[in-house]
Design a protein around this ligand. Structure first.
Ligand SMILES: Nc1ncnc2c1ncn2[C@@H]1O[C@H](COP(=O)(O)O)[C@@H](OP(=O)(O)O)[C@H]1O
Ligand SMILES: [Mg+2]
Length: 290
């Protein structure tokens, strides 16, 4: 077993995603130790940068022919990363590529900078010819990594691995995870129109929220109002492998590796809850994407 969360040999893209996300997660735990929590800006920036640099270098070395779409790899950050010239982060490259790694080196940056919080993640997903084929969400402060596999999804921690399968919600109750800081404007109305008791559960990080759905800690994740492909690609890859429903909030497929990486809304839940939630969201109709 490696320190990165239970995967002993990098034999395929699933294991590679887990290894990369887990190792980046350990780097981030080290940054928290080294930098401390006194200056949250410094802690966030150092975490973003170190995780990004590791992931770009590791992908350039281990998958030199693959393209990368990364939160930290865009715009001015790309210019500052001239030391990793073999990382194919240019949009022209990824839009022509068969294999694109969609990476968020630190999701839940705010929570990462708050002492004691465990809701932050590292996302590593692989997109191949139009669909997500592998993904890992490392939850370093929780000591576990959720990963796709050839036969579904698994959760790995220091004790080993367990199959990961989304479970049905309890009758009459729906616990919906929402952003701590930017919950969708319509969620309170959604809670009112649904025919069950709804508990809104604020959690940081899209990856941590989708993981909470898959681990049975909440029943759904609803987000709207803004997000990017890297915020949801890896957790959606794992969610689909774990048998969950994952879509845009209008029910259409979440499509990745587009020219414009904005992907502003997402719904993840057990399939039995999907039509109830999609109908409820439609009923509070100004919530739907344009
Ligand atoms: N309205 C919005 N516009 C852009 N990004 C958003 C957003 N709401 C949430 N996000 C992004 O989605 C991730 C999860 O957010 P939240 O914890 O609020 O649910 C965060 O990623 P990062 O931490 O990688 O920046 C955050 O920046
Ligand atoms: Mg993010």
């Amino acid at each position: 077993m490696t320190e990165s969360g239970g995967v002993s040999a990098v034999t395929d893209d699933h294991a590679l995603a887990a290894d990369l996300a887990g190792t980046a997660g350990r780097i981030l735990l080290g940054v928290r130790e080294e930098v401390g929590f006194a200056d949250s800006r410094v802690l966030k920036d150092t975490g973003d940068l170190r995780s990004h640099e590791y992931l770009m270098a590791a992908l350039a070395e281990r998958c030199p022919g693959d393209a990368i779409l990364s939160e930290e790899g865009r715009a001015s950050v790309t210019d500052a990363r001239a030391e990793t010239p073999t990382a194919n982060t240019a949009d022209e490259v990824r839009l022509q590529a068969d294999r694109v790694w969609i990476v968020d080196p630190l999701d839940g940056t705010r929570e990462f900078s708050e002492e004691g919080r465990r809701d932050w993640a590292v996302h590593v997903a692989l997109w191949e010819k139009g669909r997500l084929t592998a993904g890992a969400v490392a939850l370093p402060a929780q000591g576990r990594t959720l990963v796709t596999g050839p036969d579904g999804a698994i959760v790995a921690d220091v004790t080993g691995t367990e199959p990961l399968r989304v479970t049905e919600p309890a009758v009459g109750l729906l616990r919906i995870a929402v952003s701590r800081t930017r919950p969708p404007a319509f969620v309170r109305r959604l809670a009112e129109v649904l025919d069950v008791n709804v508990e809104l559960v604020p959690i940081g990080s899209a990856g941590a929220k989708i993981s909470a759905v898959l681990l049975g800690e909440v029943d759904a994740y609803v987000h709207a109002g803004g997000q990017y492909e890297w915020d949801s690609a890896a957790p959606v890859a794992v969610a689909l492998a774990a048998g969950a429903h994952a879509s845009r909030i209008d029910g259409t497929e979440a499509v990745y590796n587009r020219k414009d990486p904005r992907l502003p809304d997402i719904l993840v839940c057990h399939p039995v809850s999907a039509s109830t939630l999609l109908t409820g969201i439609r009923d509070v109709s100004d919530a739907l994407p344009e």
